[in-house]
Design a protein around this ligand. Structure first.
Ligand code: CA
Length: 523
């Protein structure tokens, strides 16, 4: 008895050591393979996010990710339009390498390398819920449930492997419901990737009924450049078709469903598709909010600048109401992670496919290489790996997500991936060993909003835009002119900067293996 006690006594440290080692191994393996929740919206500009200093709204739940993680204030897309930005995110490559140049030139080739396929091979469960917009069937997902095309705000159709069905309710809430359903029924023993992708706040900005009266009793501040005349820059700017003044449709965009006597014939024809999808009960609730406001507008319609101001208010309030739903649903996702012990080992990202003009330069929409649509939000929380309240000013781009995700999942990054892993910036947000410029290229020419094909380079101080299809170079000094109101390409004072930036643009074209620029032929 005494003997065996001694033996047991001697063995105890070994058993303890083995147990501790095993626990450490498990802990390390878990720490090395975090879950990833990628929350993605559509057209959500940084100017409408509290953490980015919004002057027009509050986003407490999105801000919570920033407060508990990192805010990247110089995060950019590579091609500022829905489908192409998504293709860059999936492949880690610029448009000329992933083949998805513009929304009209699909479908996305899902047989090429994408990070969800790699994570799936590495043992991750992968799910995609919500807006996809790449035409082809998603690849690399254990489960997917997507909106057809742009999807609808009201009573949306969803498509999965079993087919299409209509789900009654509001799209942002339903997308979250479907994401939470999947989280609850996934295999808890495997790490997971969840891409929860909202349609909101994309045009045509149809808010949830519970939010239709928000902001009704006050004016939203106007941007300083609401009445931009597009002078002192490339002449091509003045040819745009995305102005708040002239390019909104009363029913489709501004939700005036009563006849508007001074509307153009096109405006009179173009109906609000979201309203048409509503049930009679939904329409009744909608009318109760909007009809009295529309009647008041039509009884005494403003003119000139006051009409622009009225259109801005109608537009921005609906846009912000759509974001209110996104923010609430981000909160639901965060709460679910917290309630299920998933906060610690889950990377949470909030991003959107590109920025948007919220009246700046007199515009709505995106596409141009100007700051408001070039930037995209990138907020990330990773407990234990990113210090709460981190702010990073380094230049990052949507092609960087792939190498980041692969690295955290322990998967090798193929050499032809063009982005860089962001993990060094998690540890050292001020690192000097980071890129000093980003490359941008928008390929659609003309189209609905008359934005020309252009490319460019942005550094910490400057931006050089090459309107190669119809004009020359514009140079902006972002330090002296953050609102990009004056092209200084012809100023003697900037001759050295111009030469240097043209050299940097050429260097980036070579680095990313760009083909010859083509002004007229479709890529
Ligand atoms: Ca978009």
């Amino acid at each position: 008895m005494a003997r065996s006690t001694v033996h047991l006594h001697n063995a105890m440290p070994h058993i303890l050591l083995i147990t501790i080692s095993w626990l450490l191994l498990v802990a390390t393996a878990l720490a090395e393979r975090p879950n990833i929740v990628f929350i993605f919206s559509d057209d959500h500009a940084c100017q409408a996010i509290g953490a980015y200093g919004s002057k027009i709204n509050q986003t407490p739940n999105i801000d919570r990710i920033a407060r508990e993680g990192a805010l990247f204030v110089n995060s950019f897309c590579a091609n500022s339009i829905c489908g192409p930005s998504r293709a860059c995110i999936l492949t880690g490559k610029h448009s000329h390498k992933n083949g998805f140049y513009s929304n009209g030139l699909g479908p996305f080739d899902g047989s090429q390398f994408t990070f969800p396929q790699e994570l799936q091979k590495a043992g991750y469960q992968t799910a995609l819920i919500g807006k996809w917009h790449l035409i082809s069937e998603p690849t690399g997902f254990t489960h997917w449930d997507i909106l057809p095309g742009q999807g609808s705000y009201y009573n949306p159709d969803f498509i999965n492997k079993q087919g299409k069905r209509r789900i009654e309710g509001y799209c942002t809430t339903i997308t979250t419901d479907l994401a939470l359903d999947w989280l609850k029924r996934r295999d808890a023993d495997q790490p997971f990737l969840l891409m929860c992708q909202y349609k909101a706040p994309h045009r045509t900005w149809a808010p949830d009924l519970k939010h239709v009266n928000r902001y009704a009793d006050r004016d939203i501040p106007e941007p300083e450049t609401l009445f931009d005349d597009w002078q002192n820059r490339s002449a091509t700017l003045a040819g745009n078709a995305m102005s708040i003044d002239r390019h909104f449709y009363y029913a489709y965009d501004l939700k005036v469903h009563q006849p508007v006597p001074f509307a153009s014939d096109r405006e009179k024809e173009l109906k609000d598709n979201e309203y048409r999808r509503m049930t009679p009960a939904q329409q009744k609730a909608w009318d109760a909010a909007f009809k009295p406001r529309n009647d008041a507008f039509l009884a005494n319609p403003p003119t000139g600048k006051d009409l622009v101001r009225w259109k801005y208010q109608r537009y921005i309030k609906n846009y912000l109401r759509c974001i209110d739903s996104v923010d609430e649903n981000v909160g639901r996702l965060l709460d679910h992670l917290a309630e299920n012990g998933l906060t610690e080992n889950t990377i949470v990202i909030y991003s959107s496919d590109q920025g948007f003009y919220l009246g700046e330069h007199g515009w709505y929409d995106k596409r141009w290489m100007f700051e408001e649509s070039l930037k995209m939000p990138f907020i990330i929380r990773w407990p234990g790996r990113i210090q709460p309240g981190t702010r990073c000013e380094k230049l990052i781009q949507n092609i960087d997500y792939v190498p980041t995700f692969l690295e955290v999942a322990g998967v090798d990054v193929p050499s032809d991936v063009q982005g860089r892993s962001l993990t060094p910036l998690f540890a050292e947000p001020d690192s000097d060993a980071w890129r000093k410029s980003i490359y941008y290229h928008y390929y659609e020419h003309g189209g609905e909003h008359q934005v020309p094909r252009h490319e460019g380079v942005r550094t910490e101080r400057y931006k050089l835009i090459n309107f190669y299809s119809n004009d020359g170079f514009d140079l902006y000094d972002l330090k002296k002119d953050p609102q990009e109101m004056r092209d200084v390409a012809d100023d003697e004072e900037y001759a050295t900067a111009l030469t240097s930036l043209k050299g940097e643009l050429q260097r980036l074209r070579e680095q990313y293996d760009l083909p010859e620029l083509s002004a007229t032929v479709s890529p």
